[in-house]
Design a protein around this ligand. Structure first.
Ligand SMILES: [Fe+2]
Ligand SMILES: [Fe+2]
Length: 150
């Protein structure tokens, strides 16, 4: 074998090693990012699940022991408004259930997993509006009532 051929083979071997090192570095970065994304996804599922529990308790409280009953007793004309809020509770719980099923990725729910983050965002926005409506309803009824009765 001539020196030139030996040199050429050595070049090929060096190039192969360099290429493999480059790909290994890319692989390590990809694996690291994948693990971070998996941890973040797991945290999102856990947090959404905790949020679901908190929301269920909150809506049950409002419907069974909170402001809804006294508001309707004090102001029967506000009954449709309270019913609308109660209906929103049902809608929010359904969306949250669908989001969780989608995030868990079983493929069995009505929502595609890729749609779950956007659905969660719009649920949060809807919840903020819902809570604001409740606050102004409660303030309107109870503060006015205290003011007129005293
Ligand atoms: Fe509510
Ligand atoms: Fe509320």
């Amino acid at each position: 074998m001539s020196m030139a051929v030996v040199e050429e083979y050595r070049e090929v071997a060096n190039r192969a090693r360099e290429e493999h090192e480059m790909l290994q570095a890319c692989t390590r970065r990809l694996l690291q990012t994948l693990e971070e994304a998996e941890r973040a996804h797991h945290a999102l599922v856990e947090e959404t699940d905790s949020f679901r529990t908190a929301l269920l308790e909150h809506t049950r409280f409002e419907e069974e022991g909170g402001f809804m009953k006294p508001v309707v007793e004090l102001r029967p004309t506000l009954s449709p408004k309270v019913e609308k809020l109660r209906e929103e509770h049902r809608a929010h719980r359904k969306i949250l259930d669908d989001v969780l099923t989608a995030l868990r990725g079983s493929g069995l729910g009505p929502m595609e997993s890729s749609k779950a983050p956007a659905a969660l965002r719009s649920l949060i926005e809807a919840l903020i509006r819902h809570e604001e409506e409740e606050n102004s309803l409660v303030l309107g009824v109870f503060c006015d009532d205290v003011g007129t009765k005293d």
